[in-house]
Design a protein around this ligand. Structure first.
Ligand code: FMN
Length: 198
């Protein structure tokens, strides 16, 4: 019985994976996940492989007016950092967080000097949370896209988000309702990716 049940789950999961694609953030709009859906999404997303059970991640939600303030602050930081930044780039900073109703900032919390678990493995766990968010959002009927941009790598932005020294932004996961079906792209041919070592 368990085997049959497990096989059923496997088939559903592969269907979901085969349908997975990102929805560009500019195609996302209201509504976003309701509070109860968001809780389900988060609970599922944090079920990642995690060497040493370190929970090397956390999430920050940007919603509503916070998205406006965040974008405006990014534009100010950008202009101060490089006064020659074109207006179009500053405008992009301001508008980037306004389409999707929910942006989850995936933060990696890395212990660089952990005795057993290398930083790479901690990063990988945190990355899995980001990917689970994409898959989970799609399973709930929403579109999602993982984005970085300069803001993900800037220390001043990290401070703005309240990150500590050992924390870094891995990605901004934009989640909302797809206004139109996202375009598909060519996927890698597994034949080119798999070799057999003997
Ligand atoms: C860590 C990470 C950061 C990304 N950042 C960006 C980005 O800043 N801008 C962008 O256009 N795509 C970015 N992408 C790619 C998109 O998330 C997405 O994968 C791409 O649009 C292709 O869609 P697909 O997921 O359906 O293959 C990033 C992907 C990853 C894994």
């Amino acid at each position: 019985m368990l085997g049959f049940f497990a096989a059923g789950i496997t088939v559903d999961l592969l269907d979901l994976l085969n349908a997975r694609r990102s929805t560009p953030s500019r195609l996302l709009g209201e509504p976003g996940p309701a509070p109860a859906e968001l809780q389900r999404l988060l609970q599922s997303a944090v079920r990642v492989p995690d060497h040493g059970r370190l929970d090397p991640f956390r999430l920050i939600a940007l919603e509503g007016a916070a998205r406006v303030r965040f974008g405006e602050t990014l534009a100010r930081i950008h202009a101060r950092m490089d006064p020659a930044t074109p207006d179009a780039a500053l405008d992009k900073d301001r508008k980037r967080y306004l389409d999707a109703p929910l942006i989850l900032v995936v933060v990696a919390r890395i212990d660089e000097h952990h005795a057993k678990v290398p930083a790479q493995e901690q990063l990988l766990s945190a990355g899995c949370v980001g990917y689970n968010l994409l898959l989970g959002a799609q399973a709930l009927g929403y579109g999602a896209q993982m984005l970085t941009g300069w803001a993900a790598y800037d220390r001043e932005v990290a401070d703005l988000l309240g990150l500590t020294e050992n924390e870094r932004v891995l990605a901004f996961v934009h989640i909302g309702t797809a206004r139109e079906r996202a375009p598909e792209r060519n996927r890698p041919a597994v034949a080119n990716l798999l070799s057999h070592w003997s």
